[in-house]
Design a protein around this ligand. Structure first.
Ligand SMILES: Nc1ncnc2c1ncn2[C@@H]1O[C@H](COP(=O)(O)OP(=O)(O)OP(=O)(O)O)[C@@H](O)[C@H]1O
Ligand SMILES: [Mg+2]
Length: 248
């Protein structure tokens, strides 16, 4: 965590080529009244400074509060509010730089890693969303799918130290997330295949970045993350029909 430091009510994080664009996105969110995201404060060559979002990030292992139904529902509502606010961001290909390629159909700017560890909680209530490094233009379902994967969860290695809920409970949580978000029927029908597409993209990024020597991804690869995502793709292929049926 020494890459990320906190002083008073500010957070200093490594900046990338996409950070100027992300700061414009964060400013836009605040202009729209979505203040659950960090406010952009400063941008240097190597570091960015944003406001600290008060609360506790939902890191693993989940607390009872983060594992609660209320946390799930309020997280889904927060994602919806974020997407609604980001949808009016004035995209401009001639100046925007994102860390990920845009996904069609572009409906809004998606977060790219909307998971409990990037959501900030006040008790059982989701009150903030952080870490916009992977934001990029895309369809709402892209975020909802990866969020459901992390929140249900539909991953075998999601939460070290805490028993994974029973399959039926995880399906119920997936449906609950979609309901709280207000996801349309068409998107529900393609949710499982979108989770899979997201995992395949994640494996590609992981292996490409690790091969290029990016330390974070070298470490993730060494910790078996790519193998886990591949195993989860296989698991989703086996159980996808049951999940999709429950989402209708
Ligand atoms: N703006 C913020 N407000 C509140 N807490 C923050 C903020 N930015 C970062 N943090 C804290 O720092 C942690 C890591 O930050 P962040 O998620 O932005 O970076 P990261 O590169 O994804 O790191 P990690 O891989 O550990 O999640 C968060 O889990 C949270 O506890
Ligand atoms: Mg994070």
């Amino acid at each position: 965590m020494e890459r990320i430091t906190k002083t008073d009510d500010r957070v200093h994080r490594p900046a990338g080529p996409w950070t100027p664009t992300v700061h414009r996105l964060l400013a836009h969110l605040h202009e729209q009244g979505f203040v659950a995201a960090p406010a952009p404060i400063a941008l240097g060559d190597a570091l960015e400074t944003v406001s600290f979002v008060p609360g506790v990030a939902g890191e693993y292992p989940w607390t009872e509060d983060v594992a609660s139904e209320a946390a799930l529902v309020t997280s889904a509502r927060l994602l919806r509010q974020f997407h609604d606010a980001a949808a009016s961001f004035p995209l401009d290909d001639s100046v925007d730089v994102w860390s990920q390629a845009a996904r069609v159909p572009v409906e809004t700017v998606v977060h790219g890693d909307f998971a409990p560890y990037n959501v900030v909680y006040d008790g059982i209530a989701a009150v903030g969303v952080i870490d916009f490094d992977t934001a990029h233009p895309g369809p709402r379902v892209w975020d909802v799918a990866s969020a459901v994967y992390r929140f249900a969860p539909f991953t075998t290695g999601a939460d070290e130290g805490r028993p994974v809920p029973a399959f039926e409970d995880r399906i119920t949580r997936a449906a609950e997330f979609c309901r709280a978000y207000g996801l349309d029927d068409r998107s529900r029908g393609m949710l499982v295949e979108t989770i899979t597409a997201g995992l395949v993209a994640l494996v590609t990024t992981l292996e490409t970045e690790a091969a290029a020597g990016n330390p974070k991804f070298v470490s993730d690869l060494a910790h078996g993350h790519a193998d886990l995502y591949r195993a989860d793709v296989a698991w989703l292929e086996e159980h996808g029909d049951r999940i999709t049926a429950a989402l209708r």
